[in-house]
Design a protein around this ligand. Structure first.
Ligand code: UFG
Length: 323
């Protein structure tokens, strides 16, 4: 098969390319604008097309040869930023994806793996969150994911494009074999921020609130290792090809860690305290998020193996400079 990975030089996309290279014989082509992607995340064996998926010339180049499936990661992912700059998200996340789907349809490409998010659910009505949970997204970023999922249903019905919409919980960690080393620039998520602090790249970090209704007062999240995510993507492609049917599934570890638990495990892994202070709550943060990944376990026979806090943080320790 000839596979396209958009955003394949980025954090999650590069881990998918890495697993595809290691576990399959497929030809994998990376398409990335390099606005967020890193050169160091590219593998010499993969063809690389530099450009934007919303650019017609780039789409013509991508589809100039037969494409069997597209893995789509080229999107902005700042939930907070999406509330300030919604146009950036509508142009890239919505318009870019629709152009890509249209090019697939015109070129008879029938398989699409979509990087969706637990942001589609918003504040939880019940826990753990399964795929039947109401969709009450609280930011424009989450809305773009829902809007694309809705379009995928239509492209399936009208154009026969089968899709896997994969709703990630809190993606974290790095390839445990050290094959991916590109650090995210200006990360906004807890774990890279803690690791940057441990590395001396920033002086300290802030814990956003310790008065939540959780055992230690800090927010609980479901962290999922990016290599566990990667395997689920490979299994999803196999599933939609074999069954000729689309799926929408959660990808989480079903394990919750509080901000303080993550901080204290990071301090254990690096062997010293990591400077931080307690700050006010961040608006829009629910106290606890936890996935039910029963559907992924049943349909894909998928089970996370790297998503305990120690493995997550040790795998990041390998790529961050030792300050
Ligand atoms: N946090 C801090 N300090 C920081 C950064 C984060 O205390 O400097 C806390 C947050 O308040 C939250 C937890 O760490 O309680 C995790 O925060 P992240 O920003 O890393 O992640 P979120 O849970 O807010 O959101 C992430 C992705 C979303 C996705 C969601 C799904 O960024 O895109 O997980 O669960 F939708």
């Amino acid at each position: 098969m000839r596979l396209i990975v958009t955003g394949g030089a980025g954090y999650i996309g590069s881990h998918i390319v890495c697993e595809l290279n290691a576990r399959t014989e497929h030809e994998v082509v990376v398409v990335d604008s390099m606005e967020k992607g890193s050169e160091v995340n590219l593998f010499p064996k993969n063809e690389f097309i530099k450009g934007d998926i919303a650019d017609d010339a780039i789409l013509r180049k991508v589809f100039s040869k037969n494409v069997d499936a597209v893995f789509h990661f080229a999107a902005w992912k700042g939930a907070g930023e999406s509330m300030l700059l919604p146009e950036k998200y509508s142009i890239n996340n919505l318009n870019g994806t629709l152009k890509l789907l249209t090019a697939m349809s015109e070129n008879n490409c029938k398989n699409f793996i979509f990087s969706s998010s637990a942001a589609v659910y918003g504040a939880p009505v019940y826990l753990p969150i399964d795929e039947k949970h109401p969709l009450n997204q609280e930011n424009y970023y989450g809305y773009t994911k829902v809007a694309i999922e809705e379009n995928l249903k239509w492209y399936d019905k009208l154009k026969g494009i089968k899709y896997a919409a994969l709703r990630y919980f809190n993606a974290a960690g790095y390839d445990t074999k050290g094959r991916i080393r590109g650090l995210e620039r200006t990360p906004a998520n807890l774990l890279p921020i803690i690791m940057e602090t441990a590395s001396g790249m920033r002086e300290s970090f802030e814990i956003f609130g310790e008065d939540y209704e959780t055992p230690d007062g800090t927010c609980i999240r479901d962290y999922i290792h990016v290599s566990d995510l990667a395997l689920a993507h490979l299994l999803s492609l196999d599933y939609i090809v074999a069954n000729q049917s689309s799926i929408t599934i959660n990808l989480g570890s079903e394990n919750g860690y509080s901000v303080k638990e993550i901080t204290s495990m990071a301090e254990t892994v690096v062997g010293r305290s990591i400077p931080h202070k307690i700050g006010p709550r961040r608006p829009g943060d629910p106290a606890k998020l936890l996935a039910s990944s029963a559907k992924a376990r049943e349909l894909l026979n998928w089970k996370p193996v790297f998503s305990d806090s120690k493995t997550l943080i040790e795998s990041m320790r390998n790529v961050y400079p030792r300050g």
